[in-house]
Design a binder for this molecule. Structure first.
Ligand SMILES: Nc1ncnc2c1ncn2[C@@H]1O[C@H](COP(=O)(O)OP(=O)(O)OP(=O)(O)O)[C@@H](O)[C@H]1O
Ligand SMILES: [Mg+2]
Length: 347
């Protein structure tokens, strides 16, 4: 067997974290060169979504190659240029918008929208220019959470002006339709409505546009995740196991479309009593942190379950805006800080 064949055979023992195929079949091993003097060079094309696993892969590859006596020199370059197979659809950003991030979860009701609005205000609190888009065209919740009831206007009948609340630019299907009328949108129409809200809104200059995605990991979510150049996604889940299984599906969806996972947030992580401010771990908390650690994904925040968070949202004034110096608000502000650090690091 030639040295090159031997090298390929040992490298095939390594598994690509995304496709679960060996790294040669998965196509992430590129430009392999094996010289007669025993020098082996190649590139590992991984994704920023799993940098840590990429680093481990590189180490393991080097260790395996060292076991071959004829290999004298090893040079492995790690790049984050990976484009998954079958993804040729070009993604476009939005002019004037620096980063677009998605807030997602595998299942409904885990607090995506609540996190999205508080994160938006948290980022704004850092002096950044922020917009927020309600990606849920079936059950829009931004109008209620932000206390907005006016309809957006348009100067030319084509481009829509976002609603501006406390300097936050926002857009939701709920601004266009009566909240009581159920929107019966079919697949292509949903996509259309979402596209219009993304591209036919005069967002202006924004540092971050926060997109609150609808729950689940079906076709609708996948299309949304694919249709725009997302800088990254934040996955929200609650501590229960079942939610974690769903969250893993959410992670896989973003990995498939090559969107970096900025990190994972545990919502309703522990209970903060509004009377005594005592803390109780109602659910076995910490599961998300453990899981995130195992997968090499940043763990971003543990948000308490607190009456004031729900009450503030219901009044249309999210907690970060309503009581910016409360303990609950500080958790969201820290989340905003981490998110911004990750975004600027990624670029
Ligand atoms: N940390 C929290 N403390 C207290 N209540 C919370 C917290 N997070 C969310 N809630 C409440 O839980 C309910 C669901 O939250 P939210 O609407 O944000 O979830 P969602 O994931 O966006 O739901 P959907 O999947 O329906 O879009 C709301 O009543 C909200 O006020
Ligand atoms: Mg929601």
């Amino acid at each position: 067997m030639s040295l090159e064949s031997e090298v390929i055979t040992v490298l095939k023992k390594l598994v690509d974290p995304l496709t679960h195929q060996d790294i040669v079949s998965a196509g992430i091993l590129q430009g392999l060169q094996v010289s007669s003097s025993g020098k082996v060079t190649f590139i590992l094309e991984i994704s920023t979504a799993y940098m840590q696993q990429g680093l481990k892969l590189k180490e393991d590859a080097a260790a395996l190659l060292k076991s071959l006596a004829e290999v004298k020199d090893i040079q492995i370059t790690l790049t984050a240029q990976r484009k998954p197979k079958g993804q040729n659809q070009p993604k476009e950003g939005i002019r004037g918008v620096n980063y677009i991030i998605a807030i997602a979860s595998g299942k409904g009701g885990v607090g995506k929208s609540t996190t999205a609005v508080n994160l938006a205000y948290g980022l704004q609190n850092m002096g950044l220019r922020i917009g927020i888009l309600d990606g849920d065209v079936y059950g829009p919740s931004l109008p209620r959470l932000l206390g907005v009831s006016q309809k957006p206007t348009s100067d030319d009948g084509r481009i829509i002006n976002p609603i501006v609340v406390n300097d936050l630019k926002c857009m939701s299907m709920g601004f266009m339709i009566d909240e009581k009328v159920p929107a019966v949108w079919r697949g292509p129409m949903i996509q259309n409505a979402f596209h219009q809200m993304l591209r036919q809104v005069s967002w202006g200059e924004l540092d971050v546009l926060v997109v609150d995605l609808p729950p689940g990991t079906g076709d609708v979510q996948l299309t949304l995740a694919q249709s725009v150049l997302l800088s990254g996604a934040i996955i929200i889940s609650t501590p229960q196991d079942l939610a974690l299984i769903d969250a893993r599906k959410g992670l896989e969806m973003f990995l498939k479309v090559s969107v970096p996972i900025l990190g994972w947030v545990e919502n309703m992580s522990y209970y903060l009593c509004p009377h005594c401010e005592g803390r109780s771990d109602i659910f076995e908390h910490g599961g998300v942190r453990k899981e995130a650690h195992a997968l090499g994904i940043p763990f971003l925040a543990e948000i308490p379950l607190h009456m004031s968070i729900r009450e503030a949202s219901e009044k249309g004034m999210p907690i970060v805006k309503a009581s910016p110096y409360s303990e609950e608000a500080s958790v969201y502000k820290a989340l905003a800080q981490k998110t911004w650090e990750l975004l600027t690091k990624l670029s």
